[in-house]
Design a protein around this ligand. Structure first.
Ligand code: HEM
Length: 152
């Protein structure tokens, strides 16, 4: 087994946990909250981030570290580390767009974790953030597979 295979497996596993949590929030928890008494909905909105911030930073950390590892292996294999035409290939371009979207998600995630520590995120902001992240996540996943099939 190569290091790349290990990175790829961990990357996929962490992406499933991270993206899965976001989609579960938008598709299941959010509609459910609208049917619950307001007090319970507010408690859920407080307790979910409390639980998420225990483990999700580790998952997101592994997701990014393995992503950077794979990026580096592919980039340096292309023409050598410092003068690469990698970013002119359709794979390199689509991967770069995917990474840019991932950095936006990282920014929103970091902001949300900090806001949840300070207790400054209200229920409305909480839902809004999940919808934005879910939409960007869709783009990331289509790009992650599209970079193999789309050639230009
Ligand atoms: C929100 C963050 C991210 C998510 C949800 C995500 C998701 C994914 C998914 C689902 C795949 C396909 C894996 C497979 O089919 O086996 C993938 C592949 C890949 N990702 Fe990410 N990714 C994220 C961040 C990053 C970052 C920050 C980098 C690099 C700096 C990166 C680099 C890569 C690379 C190089 C591949 C290709 C792996 C292969 O050879 O199949 N990813 N990503």
């Amino acid at each position: 087994m190569h290091l790349y295979d290990l990175y790829q497996t961990l990357h996929l596993l962490c992406a499933v946990i991270f993206a899965g949590a976001v989609f579960f929030e938008v598709l299941v928890i959010e509609p459910l909250e609208k049917r619950l008494p307001p007090g319970i909905a507010a408690t859920l909105a407080e307790e979910i981030p409390r639980r998420v911030r225990v483990f999700m930073p580790v998952i997101v950390g592994i997701l990014f570290l393995t992503g950077i590892g794979m990026f580096w292996i592919r980039y340096s294999a292309y023409t050598g580390p410092w003068h690469s035409d990698f970013f002119r290939t359709s794979f390199g371009i689509l991967l770069s767009i995917k990474v840019s979207l991932a950095l936006i998600v990282l920014g929103v995630f970091t902001y949300s974790i900090r806001a949840s520590f300070k207790g400054t995120m209200d229920l409305c902001q909480f839902r809004y953030t999940h919808r934005i992240v879910a939409t960007i996540m869709l783009g990331i996943i289509f790009l992650a597979k599209g970079m193999y099939y789309i050639h230009f």
